[in-house]
Design a protein around this ligand. Structure first.
Ligand code: OOG
Ligand code: MG
Length: 255
């Protein structure tokens, strides 16, 4: 039997100290459901330290991400205010184990979303959309994990960089996305890579959060998931994600 609280403490400490740990599944048999219990307990520790819940991140919503990490189940994690990196700010490499970035799209909700919801209902609850970058930083050595491991580690969630909010009136189905590092395009994709349309990721977020007893709330941010494979970061990097019609978001990496 997995000791949920002990495992939550170990992933939480690994994130706090930016120190890699062994995969849980190396030593302990752990199911995806137990992984979610560990995640919930580790987030409870963060909330206990005064962090505020601000939303949900979706993971493995694109083929490119599933193929890169070898996992093809949709996963979700919980976002807190401590994860926010302001657009244009610098992060410090010392706070991370081995960070990577993903080009994403973020939704801001104006109304709660309790599943089941249709795509049209989900879109009607959206206040705004924005170009976004997710900073993922698996706490497991070599960024290697099983499905239950990554879920327990809050789906590698580490930082969320959101650009200026835009009205969600435009069709989000097929927006070009360019992830540049130091001015060079490193990943080029489309919002269509995110479940065919990022709104589907929002529908899934509503479904999974409702099933977990934490339906999406007004004011929450939902990260739709990486449209392309992730790119590793180095000190000195300047990262920018530009999304067609939505604009750009950026940050840089200092020592
Ligand atoms: C897990 C997180 C995946 C996404 O956008 O697909 C994710 C990982 O790859 O470490 O955030
Ligand atoms: Mg992501």
């Amino acid at each position: 039997m997995a000791d949920i609280n002990a495992l939550a403490k170990s992933v939480d400490n690994a994130a706090l100290n930016a120190k890699a740990i062994a995969q849980i599944s190396d030593k302990t048999e752990i199911s995806p459901d137990e992984g979610y219990a560990v995640q919930a307990a580790s987030i409870a520790r963060r909330l206990g330290r005064g962090e505020k819940r601000i939303g949900v991140k979706m993971g493995f919503t694109s083929r490119a991400k599933m193929i890169q990490m070898g996992i093809d189940d949709l996963i979700w994690g919980r976002l807190t205010d401590a994860m926010i990196v302001e657009d244009g700010d610098a992060i410090s490499m010392a706070d991370y184990v081995h960070p990577r970035v993903e080009p994403e799209v973020a939704f801001l909700l104006r109304k709660p979303l309790v599943a089941p919801v249709t795509a049209a209902e989900a879109l009607a609850a959206v206040e705004a959309v924005a170009p976004a970058i997710e900073i993922i930083d698996s706490r497991y050595r070599n960024f290697k994990f099983s499905l239950a491991d990554v879920v327990a580690d809050n789906c590698s969630s580490s930082g969320v960089v959101v650009g200026a909010w835009q009205s969600a009136d435009d069709d989000l189905t097929n927006l070009g996305m360019i992830l540049e590092i130091n001015g060079r395009p490193r990943q080029i994709g489309s919002s269509a890579a995110i479940l065919g349309n990022p709104v589907r990721s929002l529908v899934s977020a509503a479904r999974l959060s409702t099933a977990a007893g934490e339906p999406l709330e007004a004011g929450w941010i939902i990260m739709a998931g990486g449209a392309t494979a992730a790119e590793a970061l180095r000190v000195g990097d300047y990262v920018r994600n530009t999304v067609q019609h939505l604009g750009a978001v950026s940050f840089s990496v200092s020592a």
